[in-house]
Design a protein. Structure first.
Length: 118
């Protein structure tokens, strides 16, 4: 079983930047895809960005395209979400997820809070 641990959340002003990290430990043999999701207060969880374990085929939600980037450090089994030009509507708990393919996420992190003040 793999374990995912997020870090890097916090409070930032509108227009600011934050970098989230997701560290993978344990057995990760069945992980081919990693992704970030978020859940804002009173809203459903939504997909934010995803990337293959190989580091290719990045995908982003329309709401974050051009502002967020995703990267994977294979040597350290860590995925990063670089968030720029943050807006108050980006405020949410951000979750790291991993699994064998898109739509099937076997592993989830505990979440990290991102708050963007106006």
């Amino acid at each position: 079983q793999a374990q995912l641990v997020e870090s890097g959340g916090g409070l930032v002003q509108t227009g600011g930047s934050l970098t989230l990290a997701c560290s993978v430990s344990g057995r990760a043999w069945d992980i081919n895809l990693m992704a970030w999701f978020r859940r804002a207060p009173g809203k459903e969880r939504e997909f934010v960005a995803g990337v293959r374990w190989s580091g290719v085929n990045e995908k982003f939600a329309e709401s974050v395209k051009g502002r967020f980037t995703i990267a994977r450090d294979g040597a350290n089994s860590t995925m990063y979400l670089q968030m720029n030009s943050l807006k108050p509507e980006d405020t949410a708990v951000y979750y790291c997820a991993a699994g064998p393919k898109m739509g099937i996420y076997s592993y989830w992190g505990q979440g990290t809070q991102v708050t963007v003040s106006s």
